[in-house]
Design a protein around this ligand. Sequence first.
Ligand SMILES: *Cc1c(COP(=O)(O)O)cnc(C)c1O
Length: 402
Amino acid sequence: MAQNSARTAGRHFLQIPGPSPLPDRILRAMDTPIIDHRGPEFSKLAKRCLDGIKTIFKTTNPVIIYTATGTGAWEGALVNTLNAGDRVLMVDTGQFATLWKKMAEKLGLKPEFIETDWRTGADPKLIEARLREDKNKEIKAVCVLHNETSTGALSPIAEIRKAIDAAGHPALFMVDTISSLASVDYRHDEWGVDVSIGGAQKGLMLPPGMAFNAVSDKALAANKNSKLPKSFFAWDEMLTMNKIGFFPYTPATQMLHGLIVGIEMLHEEGLDNVFSRHERFAEATRRAVRAWGLEIMCKDPKYYSPTITAVMLPEGQDADKFRGVALDTFNIAYGASFGRYTGKYFRIGHLGDINDGTLVGALAITEMALGLSGIPHKKGGVQAAMDYIVSAHSGGARAAAE
Ligand SMILES: *Cc1c(COP(=O)(O)O)cnc(C)c1O
């Protein structure tokens, strides 16, 4: 909010890595009378959603739609496939990986954490090495985040699949794709993922309140033998009811109206265009950060995230204070920092329904806020971002990135 004023003019810059800005078209689609969730009109709507969402996960298998946030779909993945005391292999890529691990502990699982310094992604080689040591096949699932939203690191899911296969290990493969789905290429079937976990409020451009489990045949088989307690999140009743276009309980009907339109919009733009748009935003942002003389949280370019860039501030600077100044003065929201890095970085989300102009506006605000906060930096970040965007549109994108 602008200082000393009851009104803030113009649009809020929502540059957090989800929820992402809600497109007017989705908002309008949700602004419609409530229908009977046991009636014929609803069944048509639900079937369109259940089919449509498969095209986003790139699967021909069922996708469960929960009335929950992403956290609920994490729980759904674990409780539907595993048993008390099962070992699960996870990678400590950041805050979200830590939260998923804590959930696994609360549910009676035995998570094992491959440590990182939070400035990289999940290394397939380390996963393979750990699985090779597990001679008795005690590890029942490998759980990784495709995109670690708290730090801005993207992990190579196809490579991790190959690593699991190379180790000859039968563990289930579960992937959190909440802040990458519909922004970054993702292939549930081709990459042999057993449970893919998605959320509505990031790449799918919906409000928070809907989440997904895409499931493989192997996950469905594991479901038959899984005895962890489950009720609301149980797959079996859901799948039975979904076949006829219904849910075991009242689903978020307005969210389903929005979901149809969100999927439509993604296909109208073309998924590959959506993915290259996000890559362009990310590269432009990184060039701005480097030109400012600041450090990108993710140290290894192999793991750079297309949807969020975390920016380290120089030693002694307070990133939370910086975010406060930027919000008060320029009406922009950035993502916060976590754990041992609390106060040391801020995150620029660049995902969902935004364009080059939105991004350049956000970067310009960032450069102004750095100046206003007295944070040592060089000028010219916005110029570097604009130069890159122009080169990307003139077909020089590949050459420039190399
Ligand atoms: C946002 C997010 C979550 C948590 O989802 P909620 O909708 O807040 O429950 C989990 N994992 C990742 C990678 C996320 O980005």
